[in-house]
Ligand binder design. Sequence first.
Ligand code: HEC
Ligand code: HEC
Length: 290
Amino acid sequence: MTPGFTSAATRLGAMALLGLAGCTYYEVPRFDSDQVLGGVTVPAATLDRGAAAFMRSCRPCHGALGDGRGPQAVGMDPPPRDLRLGIVSFASVPAGSLWRDEDVVRIVRAGLAGTGMRAWKDIPDDDLSAIVQFLKTLSPRFRDERPGEPIASSPDPWAGRAADGAARGRVVYHGLARCQSCHPAYATPAEIQAFARDAGVVIEPRPNPGLPLDIRSDFGRALRSTDFRAGPLRAVRPASRTEDLYRSIAAGLGGTAMPTWKGALDEADLWALVHYVDALSRTGDAGPAR
Ligand code: HEC
Ligand code: HEC
């Protein structure tokens, strides 16, 4: 455990918790000293407040230890994240870097659509920012590393021309970027070969190109690559669809095989992919029949 961390619950805390949690007994960690987390000193009082609020709002799924094994986690698919890994997939930082405070705040407030991680609106801002600090005590990464730099966005060159952007995105998706090596293909094999030829890349055809694949992750289980036509995208809010998609695609998803695309593609093509994925998920438009 981290220095300054005592596992003994106060008597008052333990009594209150026994009352609230029924027969599941757990202890609220107490912090007897300030801690340096991600290069910033966090007061012990903030961590105590965060621990208590975490136990109220997050423990039912993420568990008292943050290991993702809370009492409500049983059978949940996808399962609650093991927060001890220090990985937030839908963060604004390049995949693999340490998450930033604002990433967790955004995800808690907006939720991840279609999962057990709902939008938690009723947690006061002060409690949420204390929870964010407490989360850092669960992962040893915050002792040694600093948060990553957020991926900078750029102006959308397709603004007002979303359909043109989506059309270009369809070419980039199946050609230059080869997104269908993990995600489903939404174009015919002949189209894909033509897109690849134009982009000067080689595409290895795979069996069942229209189906998503299960791909290794750092979470101890395979993750199914998203079929953009099926169900809601997890980290896309109605009021900021394209910005949210830009973040997911440009930054990549930490802990998953989904890489960082910023820098690998030029900005016009990145934004074209945003419009293409947006169109697929809105209309289910799979392009010309296969
Ligand atoms: C009802 C169950 C439930 C509760 C309560 C809950 N979560 Fe989650 N949480 C989940 C599930 C399920 C996932 C995994 C979603 C996925 O894999 O797409 C998750 C994922 C996360 C992630 C990882 C997101 C990412 O992009 O990788 C964070 C961080 C997180 N939760 C924080 C919290 C915090 C903080 C609280 C309390 C304020 C909380 N959760 C409460 C179910 C819950
Ligand atoms: C090496 C495999 C791989 C490649 C290549 C890949 N992805 Fe992914 N992607 C995944 C996996 C796996 C997931 C699901 C992660 C999860 O479940 O947390 C995913 C998730 C996503 C999501 C998030 C969906 C949501 O629910 O919000 C978007 C957007 C996305 N990918 C877009 C793309 C685009 C566009 C490309 C091509 C530029 C691409 N991906 C290439 C593996 C890949």
